[in-house]
Ligand binder design. Structure first.
Ligand SMILES: Cc1cc2nc3c(=O)[nH]c(=O)nc-3n(C[C@H](O)[C@H](O)[C@H](O)COP(=O)(O)OP(=O)(O)OC[C@H]3O[C@@H](n4cnc5c(N)ncnc54)[C@H](O)[C@@H]3O)c2cc1C
Length: 371
């Protein structure tokens, strides 16, 4: 396996580094999430000006049509420069790619460009109080009217709903059909009458996510994505991107930087002889190396046109263990690491829980029988 980059790929990496060196300013300390999001919008707009948002999107919609290797290179350089994540992550990583696959030309023209510039932030209205891992048990209803649907129900854990202009929403359009068959995929105007957003405070003290109550919310007919009652297939596109291939590359580098900082801090505090600290750092180092090797294997397979299958569940699980172990060590240093430790708890829940990943690995990789 050839792990070296071609001259074109090296040149691309140099372009990314150069642009970031010229444009990236370290984010200030934010008083609250509102300030952080405002700053994030400006930073993303600047990135978009340089055409550095959604680089895997087709050129005609503002991307660069970048192949997987370039996306991996971009994420590596971006994380190494400690650049903050673009604020419109749901738009860039979930809604945009889903619209590209299933949207009409009119929907693409209307919605894609302001996603990249962060003019319009998106949120994901999938989870409900009674539907998380088992998403197909969702009960939010969309009842047909002459020219669209009327939505009633409740969503939960909706990240950035309070900043969002649009939401991708799963709702039941045929209550009599089998669970997976009566669901449709709608784009909801988050400023429409009948939407109530209640922030949920996390253990970090921040309120990134929300409960969203939908009472007689009107959704016009042209905001249906894909065919009526075929929303499950469209949702699978969104979920495949949520657990997509670029995420582990970015996380690998973010955590390599994190480990370097922690190592320096431990050395500075004379803690490298503390067996717990030394063991924890060594363990994290090994876990990160395994993740790196796995990422290289993924790249090599993608280069040969092989799409990742259920092994992406193994990657999610390996990343979760690694970030939680590393954050446990970091907690000993207090200060800014406390927030990191609190956030690491979300890793085993968001994007599919660890138990669900283990089920997928057991059934689809190991071929074990369903319990
Ligand atoms: C930081 C963060 C951001 C999020 N943002 C969004 C968002 O923007 N939009 C959105 O729609 N959702 C969002 N979510 C919600 C997320 O998708 C759900 O939390 C996740 O799907 C799990 O669902 P649940 O919380 O209902 O837990 P449940 O599915 O109720 O699970 C509870 C427990 O039961 C276990 N369990 C469930 N089923 C099985 C099984 N078959 N076998 C073994 N164990 C099982 C789970 O592993 C878990 O430990 C976010 C979550 C987090 C943590």
């Amino acid at each position: 396996m050839d792990l070296s980059f071609s001259p074109d790929e090296e040149a691309f990496a140099a372009d990314v580094r150069e642009w970031l060196a010229a444009n990236l300013e370290p984010p200030p300390a934010f008083a609250d999430l509102d300030e952080e999001v405002e700053w994030g919008r400006r930073w993303q707009a600047r990135l978009a000006e340089g055409r550095w948002v959604g680089i895997h999107w087709p050129r005609e919609y503002g991307g660069r049509g970048a192949p997987p290797v370039q996306v991996a290179i971009f994420n590596t350089e971006y994380a190494r420069a400690r650049a903050p994540q673009p604020v419109n992550r749901v738009g860039i990583n979930l809604a945009g790619p889903t619209l590209l696959s299933h949207g009409t030309d009119e929907q693409k023209r209307r919605w894609l460009a302001p996603i990249l510039t962060a003019e319009e932030i998106w949120c994901q209205l999938f989870s409900e109080p009674g539907a998380g891992s088992d998403l197909a048990s969702l009960t939010t209803r969309a009842d047909a009217t002459g020219d669209g649907w009327v939505l009633n129900g409740q969503k939960v854990w909706t990240s950035y709903a309070q900043y969002a202009r649009w939401g991708i929403c799963l709702a039941r359009t045929d209550p009599d059909a089998p669970r997976h068959k009566g669901i449709s995929y709608l784009v909801v105007d988050m400023q429409a009458p009948g939407i109530e957003i209640r922030p949920l405070v996390q253990i970090t003290g921040e309120a990134d996510f929300n409960e969203v109550f939908l009472t007689d919310v009107f959704v016009p007919a042209d905001q249906l994505v894909g065919d009526l009652n075929q929303g499950w297939a469209v949702a699978n596109t969104t979920l495949a991107h949520e657990r997509g291939t670029s995420f582990p590359f970015k996380e690998q580098v973010v955590h390599e930087v994190f480990l370097d900082e922690l190592y320096a801090e431990a050395a500075g505090a004379g803690l490298l002889d503390d067996l717990d600290v030394a063991d924890g750092l060594a363990q994290a180092f090994v876990e990160l190396r395994v993740l790196r090797l796995h990422n290289w294997r993924t790249l090599s397979r993608l280069g040969r046109g092989i799409e990742p299958g259920p092994e992406s569940s193994w990657v999610k699980l390996a990343w979760t263990d690694m970030t939680q172990h590393l954050s446990d060590v970091a907690l000993r240093f207090g200060g800014r690491w406390e927030r990191q430790w609190l956030w690491s708890k979300a890793a085993s829940i968001a994007g599919g829980t660890s138990e669900v990943q283990k089920n997928i690995i057991a059934e689809r990789i190991l071929g074990l029988p369903r319990g």
